[in-house]
Design a binder for this molecule. Structure first.
Ligand SMILES: [Zn+2]
Length: 285
């Protein structure tokens, strides 16, 4: 008996023309990741200089079970949020909004928690992993504004200062122990003193089921799926590529470097989003 030849991955088209053809059909859903926000000064966890290489992100388990870990998270986050808050949408975000306004892109699913799609003018954005502009109380579930929390933290920490330490994409910063321990945290205003969590999905936490179903619904109604700036390392995003491929919906991926979804892609462009997206918007928008 001879072994069956190994299945070879489909050869994906690699040209900008192929990408433009897919978008020109309209009803394309975008799935975006950290690579779209690096041009806005928000570093990528997993890219070339990804901070995962030297920084372990906060897990849901540590955050909810370890009050000291939570305290330190908020101290770092108090500093890091200044950079996130001052970040502005880049030409890639604006091109997505332009293509959406032109009717070529429908919904946007983003793994980013920086709010830059919305700031760049996009609508129908599902924040798969939540957003840093809100907090949620672990006791009573109250959702509140991060900007309001920042005012309270600034009042409670007058000497903490505007540090410029290294920032991670979930909005925290590296700080020495003695600085972390001197930080004063405040609690939920709705219930009195409940511990606050940024309204984002941490590592080790599950994306709420209704949010996932909403995204599957977007994919199932789409004529195509366009992945922007994600290596698709985590299943929470990769599952949408799997669903699209299973349904025969064309998948295009634009990312610098390989992604987990490359074998599923019909179009695969390995080039900077800051070049590809404005060029697409100019030719199609
Ligand atoms: Zn509360």
């Amino acid at each position: 008996m001879t072994a069956a030849p190994a299945a070879r991955p489909r050869a994906a088209a690699t040209s900008l023309d192929a990408l433009a053809d897919l978008l020109a059909e309209g009803d394309v859903v975008v799935l975006s990741g950290a690579g779209l926000s690096t041009d806005s000064g928000i570093p990528d966890y997993r890219g070339e200089t990804g901070s995962l290489r030297r920084h372990t992100p906060m897990t849901y388990q540590t955050f909810t079970r370890d009050p000291r870990g939570r305290h330190r998270y908020w101290a770092r986050s108090f500093v890091g949020w200044r950079q996130i808050r001052s970040a502005r949408p880049n030409p890639g975000h604006r091109a997505v909004a332009d293509l959406q306004a032109a009717g070529l892109i429908g919904g946007v699913i983003t793994q980013n928690v920086d709010g830059l799609h919305q700031a760049g003018g996009a609508t129908d954005v599902v924040e798969l992993h939540g957003g840093l502009d809100r907090t949620v109380c672990l006791s009573c579930g109250d959702v509140a504004s991060r900007a309001d929390l920042d005012e309270r933290l600034t009042a409670a920490n007058p000497f903490f200062g505007a540090r410029t330490d290294e920032i991670n994409p979930d909005g925290d910063a590296e700080l020495p122990d003695e600085v972390l321990d001197g930080f004063v945290m405040v609690g939920c205003l709705a219930c009195g003193d409940g511990p606050l969590k940024p309204d984002v999905v941490f590592f080790g936490e599950t994306v709420p089921r209704d949010r996932v179903e909403r995204c599957f619904g977007l994919i199932e109604d789409a004529a195509g799926l366009l992945v922007l700036g994600s290596s698709l390392t985590v299943m929470s995003g990769y599952r949408f590529v799997l669903r699209a491929a299973k349904l025969g919906i064309p998948v295009a991926i634009v990312n610098v470097g390989p992604t987990r979804g490359d074998a599923k892609a019909d179009v695969r462009v390995d080039a900077p989003l800051g070049e590809v997206l404005p060029s697409l918007a100019a030719s199609l928008g």
